[in-house]
Design a protein around this ligand. Structure first.
Ligand code: AMP
Length: 583
């Protein structure tokens, strides 16, 4: 059972938030990193791995990997340096050069780290994609990334990529884990690619503004956006690892994020390595009971997870958590969706620690607003801006200006550009990137209120993007796949409030003339969506309607669907059964 008295006392990296904000400068933060030898620039992989080995810390465990069968394997910084050197050299052998994209679709495995950091050493752009996506979202993102190399497993290749092979361009595909690559596709084996590569590698000159990371995010309309980050982002990952996650050299850190998203890269890979801590890397999927045992068995001291995971743990009841020795845990943080006050309080009851909410998004590249360890938590609030981050709540005005709103008023969260992990563009979509800025602010698309003391309180999204179990889903992507089903005439997709995963993806579907909206058809549409989109994005619920509400110009009015959805719970089921055209 947790007992505050046995938690090792660790002095917080940021004992005084207000003072740290006053004294902070990004230039000073940058000086805390080494840079490449002989002034050759700044490279994320050097700061994450080689820097520690060069300083004599090569024997330290960087990764404690637990595989699907539960077997543990420790990987030191020195071993990670060798494997990433080899992969960097192997990539060069495959014709990959600076700026080329390397798409990686893997679970939380050692190869994920080797591929990510090896790509960064080769000055290629690491572009992870979620293994929870189906063939359609993967193909759409790969078409934008135009990778030189794709790294994945045989099983993912067979289930998700082989059928969309014609949309993968000229990418060479490397299959990890010794599975014999089937000859017809010309796939390459991981070990074949690595075996001829030397274990030494000299990272070429890397400018801080050279592209390094590509992560996809969704909005209301159009294709997914590929947010591009640069090597300088490592300065932000280091600082936020120290100040928001309070990482200390002897911490055991566990980030449970999907490696296909920005959290998986920034806090699953880069920040803990740059801070020199040991990360637990658990390949297995969520299991509430096992997760609590893992925190105890691995003596996890800092844990970064999602509100969805915390709510699922809450279902176990506090006694399960309290029956394990989780006394090494000293910080429990979450990100990705709103964390209600009851989840914050549950952390205190179960682990003797409140849950610390943090807020950020793919474009910010790292944590920007957080409840930090040494300051008061306001349960239900996302916390306050970190040092180096200027944040406001604003209103967009006609003509492209914005107005800062006073405390208490609801508006859009805006950030003053200038922090190093800020996304530098959307690949191939500079107009969409430019549209994110107004009046000298970056506009985040999230609505919030700020209180008198500067704490931010999340309200919702400006657009129709859906947040489900920590994934941001674009409704258009789902609607496009639903209308491919032979029975479907049109589809409108919204987020339906859900107590467990914040929102579920719900589709309103109008059928083609003469098609009966019965249970077998509903199941057939759900199965089609799941097969094409993958479990992370596919709708969980489908409701048949006769027509969708549209504006005169034909745009689906999702906010009308959302309002009707909320009305439904009070019994208003009939409204959508009529065709609706709204001006
Ligand atoms: P993504 O870009 O996929 O990482 O999704 C970022 C979005 O997730 C944000 O713009 C928010 O809408 C949501 N989000 C992230 N963290 C929080 C949080 N702590 N509270 C509420 N929403 C969050």
């Amino acid at each position: 059972m947790p007992d505050a008295a046995v938690v090792p006392a660790v002095a917080p990296n940021m004992p005084d938030w207000a003072r740290a904000r006053r004294e902070f400068s990004w230039a000073a933060a940058r000086r805390r990193l080494d840079g490449l030898p002989a002034g050759r620039g700044l490279n994320i992989a050097h700061e994450a791995v080689d820097r520690h080995v060069n300083a004599g810390r090569g024997g330290r465990v960087a990764l404690r990997c637990i595989n699907a069968g539960g077997l543990r394997r420790d990987i030191t910084f020195a071993a990670l340096k060798r494997s990433t050197n080899q992969f960097a050299a192997a990539l060069e052998g495959l014709g990959t050069g600076p700026g080329d994209r390397v798409c990686v679709i893997l679970g939380r495995t050692p190869e994920l780290f080797t591929a990510a950091l090896g790509a960064l050493k080769a000055r290629a752009v690491f572009a992870p994609l979620s293994a929870a996506y189906g063939p359609e979202p993967l193909a759409a993102r790969i078409a934008i990334a135009e990778p030189r190399v794709i790294v994945t497993t045989q099983s993912l290749w067979r289930r998700k990529l082989a059928a969309v092979g014609s949309r993968l361009g000229n990418a060479r595909v490397v299959i990890v884990r010794d599975e014999a690559p089937p000859a017809p596709h010309g796939l390459l084996g991981w070990h074949d690619v690595l075996k001829a590569a030397p274990a030494t590698y000299r990272i070429g000159p890397t400018a801080p503004d050279d592209p390094a990371l590509l992560h996809f995010t969704s909005g209301t309309t159009g294709a997914p956006k590929g947010a591009l980050h640069v090597h300088d982002a490592v300065v932000g990952h280091h600082v936020t690892g120290l100040l928001a996650l309070d990482l200390h050299a002897d911490d055991v850190f566990w980030c449970t994020a999907d490696p296909g998203g920005m959290v998986g890269t920034a806090y699953g890979i880069v920040a803990p390595l740059v801070c020199g801590v040991t990360s637990v890397v658990d390949e297995r999927e969520f299991d509430a009971d096992r997760w609590i045992r893992l925190v105890a068995d691995e003596q996890v001291s800092v844990w970064y997870t999602t509100p969805t995971a915390i709510r699922r743990l809450m279902k176990l009841g506090v006694d399960v958590a309290r029956s394990h020795d989780t006394s090494h845990l000293r910080l429990l943080s979450s990100v990705g969706e709103p964390l209600g006050p009851e989840a914050v309080a549950w952390g205190s009851r179960a682990f003797g620690l409140p849950v610390h909410d943090t807020w950020w998004q793919t474009e910010t590249g790292g944590i920007t607003i957080a409840n930090v360890i040494a300051e008061e938590i306001r349960p239900g609030s996302m916390g306050r801006p970190l040092p180096g981050i200027e944040a406001a709540v604003v209103e967009r005005l006609p003509g492209g200006a914005v107005r800062e709103l006073p405390p208490g008023a609801q508006g859009e969260i805006a950030l003053k550009p200038g922090w190093p992990s800020m996304c530098r563009g959307y690949l191939g979509a500079s107009d969409r990137y430019a549209a994110c800025f107004a009046g000298g602010w970056y506009l985040t698309g999230d609505l919030a209120r700020r209180d008198e003391d500067g704490y931010f309180w999340f309200v919702g999204r400006v657009d129709d993007a859906i947040t489900t179990a920590g994934h941001l889903v674009g409704p258009f992507e789902v609607e496009s796949v639903l209308v491919e089903h032979p029975g479907v005439a049109e589809a409108g997709v919204i987020g339906k409030p859900d107590p467990a995963v914040h929102e579920i993806v719900k589709a309103f579907v109008a059928l083609k003339d003469g098609v009966a909206g019965d249970e077998p058809l509903r199941r057939s549409i759900l199965a089609h969506a799941r097969r094409r989109l993958g479990a992370a994005i596919a709708p969980r619920e489908i409701e048949f309607v006769t027509a969708l509400p549209r504006t005169r110009s034909g745009t689906i009015m999702r906010r009308v669907l959302r309002a009707r959805e909320l009305g439904q719970s009070t019994g208003d089921l009939s409204a959508l059964e009529r065709p609706a055209v709204v001006a």
